[in-house]
Design a protein around this ligand. Structure first.
Ligand SMILES: NC(=O)c1ccc[n+]([C@@H]2O[C@H](COP(=O)([O-])OP(=O)(O)OC[C@H]3O[C@@H](n4cnc5c(N)ncnc54)[C@H](O)[C@@H]3O)[C@@H](O)[C@H]2O)c1
Length: 258
C-alpha cells in the first residue's frame, strides 16, 4: 500500500546511493517527496537518480565526501536551490567501511575513517540542513546508529561501536538544541540487514558466528530491507510528531532494553 505522507516535502539522504539509503530514497519518492541524494559514489548516485526519475520522482544528487563539512554545506545549498528547502534529513552515510574487526589489525587511518564518516559526517549533514528547516518552521532528522553501537556485535569492531554510540549522543543533544524550532531528531539502530555490502560481511563470519547471530534473534529470521525503510519513514513523518531524542531499535529483538 503506497501512502502519500511526504507530498510537498523535500528530503535529503546521505549515503543515499547505498543499500539502505537507496531503498529509503525510493520509498520517499513513492510517497511524494522530492528526493536529494548525497554520497561519495558518483556512479551509484547516477543509477539511483535514473531509477527514481524513471518512476517520475523529482530527484537530484551530488557526489560529496561527508567528512568535508564545507563541501557538504555547499552540496546541500545547491540541492536546496534545485529541489526546495529541506524538511527531512536521513543521515545514512556510514558503516564500518571495510575496516577490520580486530584491534591488532585496525590502523589509525581505519579508526579516523570510521569515526569521521559516521560521526562528523552526520554532524556536518545536520548542520547544513538545520537552517533550511528553521526557515520552514520545522523538520525531522533521522540519524543512523546500529545494534553495534547499542550492544556488543560480532560483526564489526571497536571503532564502529564507538562511532555508532557517539551518534546517539549527537542525536539527543541536537534534539535538545533544535526542539523549540520544531525540528525533531531521532536515531534508528538497525540490526543486521543483508544489503549487498552486508551480505558479503555476513558470509565471511564463521558458521558459529552466523548461527549465534540467528539464534539471538527472537523473531528467528533475517529482516527484509523494507523492515528498516518503514521505521525510518515513520520517524520522518508526522506520525512521530511527539517523538524526539529517541532511538528506535529495529533488530527482531536481538537487543532489548529495559
Ligand atoms: N545494513 C545493515 O545491516 C546496517 C546495520 C546497522 C546500521 N547500518 C547503518 O546504515 C547505514 C547505511 O548502511 P548500508 O547497509 O546501506 O551501507 P552501504 O555501504 O550500502 O551504504 C553506505 C553508503 O554511504 C556511502 N559513503 C561511504 N562513505 C562516504 C563518505 N565519506 N561520504 C559520503 N558517502 C559515503 C557509500 O558510498 C554508500 O553508498 C550506515 O550508516 C550503516 O552503518 C546498517
Amino acid at each position: 500500500m503506497t501512502r502519500n505522507r511526504f507530498i510537498g516535502k523535500t528530503v535529503v539522504i546521505s549515503g543515499g546511493a547505498g543499500g539502505l539509503g537507496a531503498a529509503i530514497a525510493h520509498e520517499f519518492g513513492q510517497e511524494g517527496a522530492h528526493v536529494a541524494v548525497i554520497d561519495n559514489n558518483q556512479a551509484a548516485i547516477s543509477d539511483v537518480l535514473k531509477s527514481l526519475r524513471a518512476k517520475h520522482v523529482t530527484a537530484d544528487g551530488r557526489a560529496v565526501d561527508v567528512r568535508d563539512g564545507k563541501a557538504v554545506t555547499q552540496a546541500i545549498g545547491e540541492l536546496a536551490n534545485s529541489l526546495g528547502d529541506f524538511d527531512i534529513l536521513v543521515a545514512a552515510a556510514g558503516g564500518s567501511l571495510g575496516t577490520p574487526r580486530v584491534m591488532d589489525d585496525i590502523s589509525d587511518e581505519d579508526l579516523d575513517l570510521v569515526i569521521d564518516v559516521n560521526v562528523k559526517g552526520t554532524y556536518y549533514c545536520a548542520r547544513a540542513v538545520v537552517p533550511y528547516m528553521k526557515k520552514k518552521g520545522g523538520g525531522a532528522i533521522v540519524t543512523f546508529s546500529s545494534i553495534g553501537g547499542r550492544s556488543v556485535s560480532p560483526v564489526t569492531g571497536v571503532p564502529y561501536a564507538a562511532a555508532k554510540a557517539a551518534i546517539l549522543g549527537l542525536t539527543r543533544r541536537l534534539a535538545k538544541e533544535v526542539g523549540l524550532e520544531n525540528i525533531r531528531v531521532n536515531a534508528i539502530a538497525p540490526g543486521l540487514f543483508l544489503t549487498d555490502r552486508l551480505a558479503g560481511m555476513f558470509e565471511n563470519l564463521s558458521l558459529t558466528e552466523r548461527n549465534d547471530v540467528l539464534a539471538g534473534i527472537p523473531l528467528g529470521r533475517m529482516p527484509e530491507i523494507r523492515e528498516c525503510v518503514d521505521p525510518v519513514l515513520f520517524l520522518a513523518s508526522n506520525e512521530s510528531s511527539y517523538i524526539t531524542g529517541a532511538v528506535l531499535d529495529v533488530n527482531g529483538g536481538r537487543f532489548m532494553t529495559l
